[in-house]
Design a protein around this ligand. Structure first.
Ligand SMILES: *Cc1c(COP(=O)(O)O)cnc(C)c1O
Length: 403
């Protein structure tokens, strides 16, 4: 067995295959053992045959592994598979979704630069920009997600990056990604899309013109609430900077987590389809219930951006938010009356979860900031899992009865 061992027929020919086939097979490079499943490589470093071989690999003159902060075969398999699904030239895996976002920020932003961030992004993302990035002299402004013209108006000569999530959490607001990409391009800024809620099954931001996609793999890519992880994907040119930062600083994905996420990708499409079908059914049912004042779900014709969602996404996602009668008291009574759903803020799990955003994920915002973000005390968020939809509906009916 030599280093140049030819896997031959042991590796699949993936020329021209579809999304589901890539999800199952992309990125796998079998070892001489001929293992069918993806191998887990638990090793921090790699051995060389000679001193000269070591020197050549350290110098980057010959390809190969040196140390697992730089490359690990299991992690690389996950990176290649995710890149194939997002239509990216390259991806780099990270220890969490937040470290993926940090990698992008550290690669693209320097002191004196200006960045525009959607008002409706994940809470820790706002903290990263507000508490840390500003300390290093980066100017940050927040923009209403859906108002594409507003992004252009907020640009300055030093604007380097736009950062968005579409659809937003928890109110399912969208932005026209292709239109926003044009605005970013016109101002010389990079468009970064956090695609955690849609996954490449529902939406491919790079094909719509975004420069970079980031994920919290912790959510739907894992799909069963086990591991923390993240990933950044984009063109090889842009990824070079991000990979350099991640490999130097070390928010590295563990090979065990990479293996779990690989298995998650294999079932991602059928899971997303099931999540979305149940979420659609529950959103339609909730909208008919007398105790409900408003349902926020892009799959409903009552959603103001339903047409954009139909154009931009293959389905409408697994998160359904709704406002109940009776304000905070009503929302808490509703949540406490459920018996099946988990009271937890996580999402993208096979177990359905229920949460009260205004006192949990958005609890650290001031009342004015919450009002500006449209997070009312009567709002409940359900991340629809994979249980029988009738059972989830029966549990929500318990909540309604308690209002
Ligand atoms: C959870 C989440 C993150 C952060 O991911 P971690 O894996 O928890 O670090 C970022 N963006 C979105 C949209 C998320 O839901």
């Amino acid at each position: 067995m030599t280093q140049e061992w030819d896997a031959g027929r042991l590796d699949s020919d993936l020329e021209g295959v579809g999304f589901d086939t890539l999800a199952v097979r992309a990125g796998q490079h079998r070892t001489p053992e001929g293992e069918h499943g993806e191998a887990m490589f638990f090793t921090s470093s790699y051995v060389f045959r000679t001193a000269a071989d070591a020197a050549a690999r350290f110098a980057g003159e010959v390809p190969g592994n040196v140390y697992s902060r730089y490359t690990n075969p299991t992690v690389r398999t996950f990176e290649e598979r995710l890149a194939a699904l997002e239509g990216a030239e390259q991806a780099v895996a990270t220890a969490s979704g937040m470290s993926a976002i940090m990698g992008v920020v550290m690669a693209f932003c320097s002191a004196g630069d200006h960045v525009l961030v959607s008002r409706s992004v994940f809470g820790s993302t706002i903290s990263l920009f507000e508490k840390y990035l500003k300390r290093f002299g980066v100017q940050v402004d927040y923009v209403e997600l859906s108002n594409v013209a507003g992004w252009g108006e907020a640009c300055k000569p030093n604007t380097k990056m736009f950062f968005v999530e579409s659809p937003s959490n928890p109110l399912a607001e969208l932005v026209d990604i292709a239109a926003l990409a044009e605005v970013a391009y016109a101002h010389g800024a990079k468009l970064v899309v956090d695609n955690c809620f849609c996954t490449p099954v529902l939406q491919k931001p790079l094909a719509l013109g975004a420069d970079i996609v980031v994920h919290s793999a912790t959510k739907f890519i894992d799909g069963q609430g086990r591991c923390l992880g993240g990933v950044v994907a984009g063109s090889a040119k842009l990824m070079a900077e991000i990979v350099g930062f991640v490999r130097t600083v070390g928010p590295t994905m563990s090979p065990f987590n990479a293996w779990v996420f690989l298995k998650g990708l294999e079932t991602l499409r059928i899971r997303m389809q099931a999540h979305c079908a149940s979420a659609q059914q529950l959103a339609e049912w909730l909208e008919q219930q007398p105790g409900i004042e408003k349902v926020h779900y892009a799959g409903l014709p009552s959603h103001p951006q339903h047409e954009l969602a139909k154009r931009q996404q293959r389905a409408f996602g697994a998160v359904v938010s709704f406002e109940v009668k009776g304000g905070k008291e009503g929302a808490w009574r509703f949540i406490d009356a459920t018996r099946l759903l988990s009271i937890t803020a996580n999402l993208g799990d096979s177990k359905s979860t229920i949460t009260h955003p205004s006192t949990t994920s958005h609890g650290r915002l001031s009342p004015e900031e919450r009002a500006a973000a449209g997070i009312r005390d009567s709002l409940i968020r359900v991340a629809v899992g994979l249980e029988e939809v009738q059972d989830i509906q029966a549990d929500l009916a318990r909540g309604l009865a308690a209002l």
